[in-house]
Design a protein around this ligand. Sequence first.
Ligand SMILES: [Zn+2]
Length: 138
Amino acid sequence: MKVTIKKEDYEKILGHARKERPDEACGLIGGIDRDDGVREIKKVYLLTNMDHTSEHFSLDPAEQLKAVKDMRSEGLKPLGNWHSHPESPSRSSKEDIRLAFDSRASYLILSLMDDDNPVLNSFHVENGISSKEELEIV
Ligand SMILES: [Zn+2]
């Protein structure tokens, strides 16, 4: 599947991820699955990492509910989530795979390991296997 994210939304999560360092930052993504097979992220949500560590994240359930309500009110659907890796590469950790319950979701990981070259990837996780999706910043 091909996933697109708007440049302004990418900048939004990048800014938040930088601000939250050294902790991981996290949030949700909402949008649409187009008829041509492209998954279009139309809105990103910045949520609180309740774990407050650089190793993993937990989304705040109340904020999550609020974000999903907002998506529904705008005709969008929840497409998955995003989180940052302040000091490690942009790929799913064992923990990320363990916690990826939804095989239809896209899991975005933003690596800040190289400060000048942040890397954002999208992953699909199914049966314990994480595979990279095509992601385009538009
Ligand atoms: Zn992770």
